[in-house]
Design a protein around this ligand. Structure first.
Ligand code: ATP
Length: 481
């Protein structure tokens, strides 16, 4: 997207997340952007930066953004001012108008609308410059400017300044952990730890002590006191990844902690107040899992206060090439040869289905940077790596048996990690992945009658019951006990 006119834009907002998101959007539209967090910073930036357009919030830590407009206008008559405000009252809009503001955008605003308003404001001044080169988003860890990602940025911007519980949903490799980190890094808890914990990788018997810690001698092998993840995350953020894989009994314990705001280490009589922000994530269809009885409905509602839906890469039109080039830059920064991508290669990448999402693309780009003899990567090498490379490919033959289907699935899953190893516990996770649908289908076929399901499966009834509890497949749980 080439802007018709670019300019120098000063953005004043006390919310760091909004500053970042707006700066990023305007830079991508080709403008030169400076940001300020207060009126004092705005005055300083104004003096040396001489903006063509000012975008300002109303409520700032050291005064009212609208009051300052008059002074700035005296030194630069005709300066277009775009007012952003969360005080979406008619009075704010009126005052903005009185101060001669070019436009007034109530918060939350649409980034596309803001970009359009800035372009209109610049046109009104006739003082634009030639379009500038777009800069890569070096400060924002999340790359992408598709409409689907803009929606994600807006949701993030809305949750960074508060402590609301966030549930990040998206296919494997879409960047769920990265989003959780961004929410932490741009929020008030950024100086405290961000503690990730992968629920799919912890053996069920260790989940409680892993999350809540244990006292010395709490169980065989507990030689000393161990702080759990909740304690490690005090003051910060606890990221519960693969929450859909949490066994039901652990879900009940987690729910109690969330309800009471306290946790008790295993073997301790003393409850500890939990001061953590919870962000959880899953690639699973949680409403369906809940309906099937594999996930507690009450816990689902507690975790799903603000959902962030990460689109699969195939739905982020135009972002593939952007990300691909970003990963090539990153590979070069990490010591791999510096390579670029030609347009045909970028187009070929955009056409791929990306079952492993951004992770698959990242690994492919690393591989291409290492393999390409040419400094410019062309479509032929991309094609060859997509079809024959270890990344698996678009062309997955129709599986003729369950084993073959599993093999394809597993091969693709493993390939998505590239040279990294997947989290431990692969055997159990894979078995659980196969067993869960098998048991659900068997139960559904016999209308939930466990005796009949056991017969159908050729399993002992007690074995089946034990497995169902272990895997968290069971009747729908509706209330906290
Ligand atoms: N928008 C993005 N911009 C830049 N890098 C990204 C983006 N999204 C994902 N990545 C990168 O892709 C890789 C996978 O992302 P991440 O681990 O956050 O995915 P995930 O959804 O949590 O995966 P899983 O479900 O397998 O745990 C990481 O290396 C991450 O840095």
């Amino acid at each position: 997207m080439t802007p018709t006119r670019s300019g120098r834009i000063l953005v004043t907002d006390d919310d760091a997340a909004i500053r970042t998101v707006v700066r990023e959007a305007l830079r991508r539209a080709g403008h030169v952007v400076e940001v300020a967090g207060s009126l004092a910073e705005q005055r300083r930036a104004f003096a040396h930066f001489r903006p063509d357009v000012l975008v300002t919030d109303v409520v700032l830590p050291d005064g009212n953004g609208l009051d300052a407009v008059g002074d700035l206008r005296t030194s630069q008559p005709g300066l277009p001012v775009i007012v952003l405000s969360a005080q979406n009252t008619f009075t704010t809009a009126l005052r903005a108008n009185e101060q001669g503001a070019f436009d007034y955008l109530p918060k939350p605003f649409d980034l596309g609308e803001l970009t359009r308003t800035v372009a209109d404001a610049l046109r009104s001044t006739q003082s634009g410059e030639d379009p500038v080169e777009e800069e890569p988003g070096e400060e924002l860890p999340l790359i992408g400017r598709s409409p689907a990602m803009q929606e994600v940025y807006r949701t993030i911007a809305r949750v960074v300044s508060n402590d609301l519980t966030v549930l990040v949903l998206g296919e494997s490799g879409t960047g769920k952990e990265l989003v959780a980190r961004a929410i932490h890094d741009f929020g008030a808890r950024k100086a405290a730890p961000f503690v990730p914990v992968n629920m799919a990788a912890i053996p069920r018997e260790l989940i409680e002590s892993e999350l809540f810690g244990h006292e010395r001698g709490a169980f065989t092998g507990a030689a000393q006191r161990n702080a759990g993840r909740f304690e490690q995350a005090q003051g910060g953020t606890l990221f519960l990844d693969e929450i859909g894989d949490m066994p039901l009994e652990a879900q009940t314990r987690l729910l109690r902690v969330l309800q009471s705001g306290e946790f008790t280490p295993v073997g301790s009589a003393r409850a500890i107040r939990a001061d953590v922000r919870i962000i959880s994530a899953t690639h699973q269809d949680l409403p369906r899992l809940t309906a099937d009885g594999g996930f507690r409905e009450d816990l689902y509602y507690r975790l799903n206060v603000v959902p962030v839906r990460l689109p699969p890469l195939r739905e982020r039109g135009g972002d593939v090439a952007l990300l691909a080039r970003y990963f090539l830059d990153r590979a070069a920064a990490n010591g791999l040869p510096r390579k670029s991508l030609d347009e045909a290669a970028a187009l070929r990448l955009e056409k791929h289905g990306w079952p492993g999402n951004v992770r698959e693309l990242e690994n492919l780009m690393r591989r291409l940077a290492a393999l390409s003899r040419d400094p410019v990567i062309g479509a032929a090498l991309v094609e060859q790596q997509l079809v024959h490379g270890q990344g698996g490919g678009t062309i997955v033959p129709e599986a003729s048996s369950l084993g073959e289907a599993i093999e394809h699935h597993l091969a693709r899953h493993l390939a998505s990690y590239g040279t990294d190893l997947p989290p431990d516990g692969l055997y159990d996770r894979l078995l659980a992945e196969v067993e869960r649908p098998l048991f659900r289908l068997a139960l559904a076929a016999v209308r939930g009658n466990q005796l009949k399901a056991a017969k159908l499966l050729g399993l002992n009834r007690n074995t089946l019951r034990k497995k169902l509890t272990e895997l968290g497949v069971g009747p729908v749980v509706r209330k906290a006990d």
